[in-house]
Design a protein around this ligand. Structure first.
Ligand code: NAD
Length: 367
């Protein structure tokens, strides 16, 4: 039976892909060492989600608690399963812009070297299978912040005359001459390596450069998981601090289900060395102010919001992904949920869990 190797299987994207591919009749070979709990503390642990997967997917789910940096452990997995693996979906990462500066060695080794380990083992043991990498819009650094920004009542926008205004930012934006953050660099290093394994070795690799990836399976926390954590604060009454840009900064948000579906389209008809910007696009996006208003509408409660006038290094003021390259290659793919749908779903699914939690922490807007 076909098998998908999914790294970071307990995380938002990994777990959604596991459920999605499982429903398509594919078995799941998961890797996750719950390093998210090391990065962000116990409240961000993804163990609850891997346990849930084991329960739901039963004997078509195998889970290995190993570190993607451990090359010999990774090689053993490939040796054991090579003949069954049909696709590799690599989502394990240190995912936070801000956290990376605390431990640059850890960030770079997980994001860049960990990705190289997986690429090289895929090349050695299952050269022909599609390899999907969850990259990020942070590879473009702070270049989007130099677009002509116009302030509106609840958000910033870019000048309507600008070529990116109608559909968002496409893959032609340069990744050079800008400030990336250490996270942006470790992800960009991996992104280039994924492209190179496509171009140099002819492998079926793709980088999906995500805007905000979101959904109810996110273990949202202060430094990562923007909509999930915002809704958590809305439900628990915990304070939430908006950092900079008057709360008018704009993010596009894609549900992890729609992303998993995009990966499935690529799996069916893979390209080589591809790069796609992927996010909510013009279909699903919001400013911080708009997201807070939506949370208040859905919960029926005012949020405990404060504001600090500073901005995070390299933080995007406005990001909307132009997803037309992907749509052009895969015309059957479409969105199923916008920001409001996503927030309503996060609220419904986590009602029992979060209405009882109290965790007095201050937040930033993150991916
Ligand atoms: N969430 C977003 O908004 C967003 C945006 C753009 C790109 N991305 C990228 O998408 C991918 C998935 O993001 P997510 O939100 O699902 O992240 P997540 O933190 O929810 O999931 C990642 C999983 O990887 C595991 N992991 C981390 N380091 C590991 C290691 N060394 N070995 C084994 N497992 C490890 C973690 O424990 C976690 O369960 C990441 O590569 C991230 O950089 C995310």
């Amino acid at each position: 039976m076909a098998m998908a190797l999914i790294t970071g299987v307990g995380g938002l994207v990994g777990s959604e892909c596991a459920r999605f591919f499982f429903k398509k009749g594919i078995s799941i070979l998961g890797i996750d060492n719950d390093m998210r709990a090391k990065f962000f503390g116990a409240e961000a642990s993804t163990t609850w989600n891997t346990k849930k997967l084991a329960h739901e997917l039963k004997d078509r789910f195998v889970m290995h608690d190993i570190d993607i940096r451990d090359v010999s452990a990774i090689e053993t997995i490939y040796k054991d399963y090579a003949s069954r693996i049909d696709i590799v979906i690599h989502t394990a990462a240190q995912p936070s812009h801000d956290w990376a500066a605390k431990e640059p060695f850890t960030d770079f080794s997980v994001n860049a070297s960990g990705t190289l380990n997986l690429l090289e083992m895929t090349r050695r043991y299952c050269l022909d299978v599609p390899f999907i990498y969850t990259s990020t819009n942070k590879v473009y650094g702070d270049t989007p912040n130099y677009l002509p920004i116009v302030e509106r009542e609840t958000r910033v926008e870019i000048d309507v005359q600008h070529p990116y205004a109608k559909y968002g930012i496409d893959e032609s934006m340069s990744i050079d001459h800008c400030k990336h953050s250490l996270f942006g660099v470790s992800k960009a290093a991996a992104d280039l390596m994924v492209q190179e394994y496509g171009r140099y070795f002819g492998m079926k690799t793709a980088c999906f450069r995500g805007g905000c990836l979101t959904g109810p399976a996110h273990s949202g926390t202060k430094l990562h998981g923007f909509l999930s954590y915002l809704m958590k604060c809305a439900m628990t009454g915990d304070p939430y601090t908006i950092i900079g840009y008057k709360g008018k900064q704009v993010r596009d948000n894609i549900h992890s289900y729609d992303l998993a579906n995009a990966f499935y389209e690529f799996y069916k008809k893979p390209h080589s060395g591809e790069v796609y910007n992927i996010g909510g696009s013009r279909f699903s996006n919001c400013s911080m102010m708009e997201a807070v208003a939506l949370c208040e509408e859905i919960t029926g409660k005012d949020m405990n919001i404060s504001y600090v006038e500073e901005s995070r290094i390299g933080d995007h003021i406005w990001w909307i992904s132009d997803v037309r390259r992907f749509q052009d290659h895969y015309p059957e793919w479409s969105y199923t949920r916008n920001v409001k749908d996503i927030l309503e779903e996060i609220f419904e699914i986590n009602k029992d869990r979060w209405c009882q939690i109290k965790s007095a922490v201050v937040n930033t807007v993150s991916e």
